[in-house]
Design a protein around this ligand. Structure first.
Ligand code: ADP
Ligand code: MG
Ligand code: MG
Length: 251
């Protein structure tokens, strides 16, 4: 589904990603872990096509297409979803209206009919039920005054509604409280399917107490210094990033 090869990227003049290689197959959950400043969010942003990031070498393909040549909207239309680390607030815009517009824009680009209000409400109810969420956030303006946990709930709800093929979820470095963590984890687990892949970016091991990743990659100083199964996250929890830094340098 996603293949990243030799990916190098700059923010301004500074090289942040220094040659990344990994591949995500359909249905897999990959965790990207690493210390603060490792380049985790930079990777998420490069894959989503956010402005201000320049790819200087390497490739990223999504279902065989050159992802890096596409506009962010085109990437979303192909089925890529990025939950932004700091989700945008749109104070005057009703959340339900925003979600309906986002979904219909994607449907339109796929040549599907737009959903009318009744069908959209039915879909919303179905997704709320799957995620065990209530509709309180839908009546408010997009992210305006949302707590960290509410933003995460909203993000997971967006993901459920847009039904992406590949979702990239970036946990904030400041961390989430246990309730918000559970929302993310329960959402990821509820939306897990053989066709849907997810990349969960996290500084902390504790998210992975609730989500069982198929693969764990440790990113440090712009490089993946180790990849393994879920046991790698536990090893990191036990020994800290210092352990792997030292080993990475020794290798
Ligand atoms: P992580 O998410 O792993 O904590 P980031 O990708 O946010 O790491 O940051 C990696 C490095 O890139 C850091 O040294 C950070 O200071 C730098 N960086 C990230 N974004 C910017 C930016 N917009 N301008 C300048 N430097 C940036
Ligand atoms: Mg950071
Ligand atoms: Mg980050």
């Amino acid at each position: 589904m996603l293949a990243v090869n030799g990916l190098h990227a700059n923010v301004g003049d500074k090289e942040i990603l220094k040659g990344l290689d990994f591949a995500v197959a359909p249905g897999e959950i990959h965790a990207i872990m690493g210390p603060n400043g490792a380049g985790k969010s930079t990777l998420s942003h490069v894959l989503s096509g956010r402005e201000g990031y320049t790819v200087t070498a390497g490739t990223a393909t999504f279902e065989g297409q050159n992802l890096l040549a596409l506009e962010p909207e085109q990437r979303a239309q192909l089925g890529l979803f990025l939950a932004f680390q700091y989700p945008v607030e749109l104070p005057g815009v009703n959340n339900t209206y925003f979600l309906k517009a986002a979904l219909n824009s994607i449907r339109k680009s796929r040549g599907e009919t737009e959903l009318d209000a009744v069908s959209f409400l039915r879909l919303i109810k179905e997704k709320l039920k799957i995620l065990h969420l209530d509709d309180s956030l839908l009546k408010r303006a997009v992210n305006a005054g949302f707590s960290g946990g509410e933003k995460k709930r909203n993000e997971i709800f967006q993901m459920a509604l847009l039904e992406p093929k590949l979702a990239i979820l970036d946990e904030t470095d400041s961390g989430l409280d246990i309730d918000a963590l559970r929302v993310v984890a329960d959402g990821v687990n509820a939306l897990r399917s053989p066709e849907r892949s997810m990349i969960v970016v996290t500084h902390y091991q504790r998210l992975l107490d609730y989500i069982q990743p198929d693969y764990v990659h440790v990113l440090a100083k712009g490089r993946i210094i180790r990849s393994g199964g879920k046991e790698l996250a536990l090893e990191l929890e036990e020994k800290g990033y210092g352990w792997i830094d030292a080993e990475g340098q020794a290798a």
